[in-house]
Ligand binder design. Structure first.
Ligand code: AMP
Length: 224
């Protein structure tokens, strides 16, 4: 057993926010393939140019490209003591490739109703500089209360003062495509991991301040 975790769930469910907060508490890195691709797009690299259009359309980057990127990332020293994979795997072939690279201790399956996901994603703002995530939507229905997490100064990151922006794939038309991709290509992973007995279901009911300690508790219980 170790601290090798996967956060599974539809876009906008909070994987990135939870992973970025739980990782440092456990002393393990958050590894987000989406963040890696966004950095490549920003730098204008060959890889970035290859994936830019796919990401903007809300589709999935081809498996062989993602697997290659992830494999290289897992070879870095900081991943030796464990990691939280956020946004990988997203297809069965990716999960099978991951099985060949390492052993996963627990998969946290995070879920929220689709109408809430759409509202949350449309209201998400991200720091251009450090990637910190903010949300201006205040959700209070269906037994779920997620207070808004706005920056202290509008449009500016609390942590580094960087400019906040809306990801181009967080626009409503693209969100719908991303949800289609999730339901078709990623949701089958729930069964894949449940059958292995390593899946733990988690339904957020409140904001990260309340949810992160619960998630950390689950990770500690099922990991190491
Ligand atoms: P995310 O930040 O996880 O929402 O990812 C943003 C976009 O990057 C996705 O909509 C995909 O286009 C691409 N992407 C990230 N991770 C993967 C993956 N594991 N497989 C395929 N595409 C991915």
């Amino acid at each position: 057993m170790g601290l090798r975790f996967v956060f599974l769930g539809p876009p906008g469910v909070g994987k990135g926010t939870y992973a970025s907060r739980a990782g440092p508490i456990l002393g393990i890195p958050q590894i987000s393939t989406g963040d890696i691709f966004r950095a490549e797009v920003k730098s204008g690299s060959e890889l970035g140019n290859k994936v830019k259009g796919i990401m903007e359309a809300g589709g999935l980057v081809p498996d062989e490209i993602v697997i290659d990127v992830l494999k290289k990332r897992l070879e870095q020293d900081d991943a030796k003591k464990g990691f939280i994979l956020d946004g990988f795997p997203r297809t069965i072939p990716q999960a099978e490739a991951l099985d060949k690279i390492t052993t996963i201790d627990m998969v946290l399956n995070i879920d929220l109703p689709e109408d809430i996901l759409i509202e949350k994603i449309s209201a998400r703002r991200v720091c251009k500089n450090c990637g910190e995530i903010y949300n201006v939507a205040d959700i209070n229905r269906e037994g779920i209360h997620m207070p808004a997490m706005p920056p202290k100064v509008e449009g500016k990151c609390d942590k580094c003062g960087g400019e906040l922006y809306q990801r181009p794939d967080d626009k409503v038309e693209v969100i719908k495509e991303r949800l289609v991709a999730y339901n078709k290509q990623t949701a089958p992973l729930i069964d894949y991991y449940r059958k292995r007995g390593i899946l733990v279901d988690f339904k957020p009911t409140a904001g990260p301040d309340e949810m992160v300690p619960k998630i950390v508790e689950l990770l500690k219980k099922h990991g190491s």
